[in-house]
Design a protein. Sequence first.
Length: 402
Amino acid sequence: MSRTSADSSQLPRPALLTSVGLLTKIVPVSIVSAVLSAEGKSSQRERALPAHFLVYLIIALSLYMPYSLREVLRCVLEGLRSLDPKLTIATKGAISRARTRLGWNALAEIFQRVVHPIATPETPGAWYRKWRVVGLDGTTLALQCTPENVAEFGLHPSKEGPAAFPLLRLVALVEVGTRVALRPVIGLMTQSEVALAKELLPALTKDMLVIEDRGYIGYPWWVAVKSTGADILCRVRNNMRFACHKRLADGSFISYLLPPKGVAGERIPVRVIEYTLKGVPGSEATYRIITTIGDPKAAPAPELAALYHQRWETESLFDEFKTHMRGGNRVLLRSKTPDLVRQEVYGLLLAHYVVRVVMSDAAQAMGEDPDRISFIHTVRVLKRRLPQAGGVFSPRQVNAMV
């Protein structure tokens, strides 16, 4: 097979990495290098698209979602024009083959090592008293309608017939105060959010308060979450009833979550809080939430009622990368095979993490709430700056990191 035209003007790997200097500040080259080596994905010979550089290109693809593969590569390599004005851009096929060689497991591991809670004790909305506030929720992403994607993810049925595009289900654990997706799980539409969320249990810690919607209420799930030491705040479905066993001073009461019939297990004590939203158009007559925090002095009912509505921060996160990064429902994920779909999702979440870290750093420097920083504006700034980022790290500095 003949070589692509991009091979005629290869640059040393350190020079390629200088073009993504902005990304390497947040996704360190040392971590990328270690993961690629452990996964056996390091480039064995010099390529126009070496594996280290390709990781950052995949992240950049999500910042320039509506652009073609080659156009994104042009943007990323713009900072190297001064090093080689005749630099040739790899073909679409060469980029796709390079992505296929890399696979998705390496991106998942890089995400696991890089992404962590970024809220400080001063970050507004990130903490409630002694607890780090996290959210748990899911969404869907539309994919290219290729035979491979349809075979893996299927076409979700509806009243009008099969969907036009395959869909995947994404469930994420989110740091509420910063809207950082700490851990994701990618699954099929035939899998429930709760079933997928079980893979997120190892990420829960004793200092966390997990805000969930009413789809997560259930005895087996609560047993699993409580075993991690984390506390729960969850809305209750309208058809669920809880007997009042003890009324507390703040108006809440103690009840129990019982195991399903035929399931062995002890009843779980829960605290039930009922409240209304006066003067809010479209609000329901009564809202009911339950929590594992039984002491009203540790967490008064009015505070928990107000805190529960912070779960919409998770929905806002999904909106950020589905609408403002991906471009809304008009823009499907670009990948045409299941492995590359999963790779692209991790690239999308890493790109979102980069944006959120930049926003958090800016907010901290100004003493502001990260919510007061514009997500759209930050993405636009990064898209403008990335092609100019060649001077952030010199080739010698990058070479020392790899």
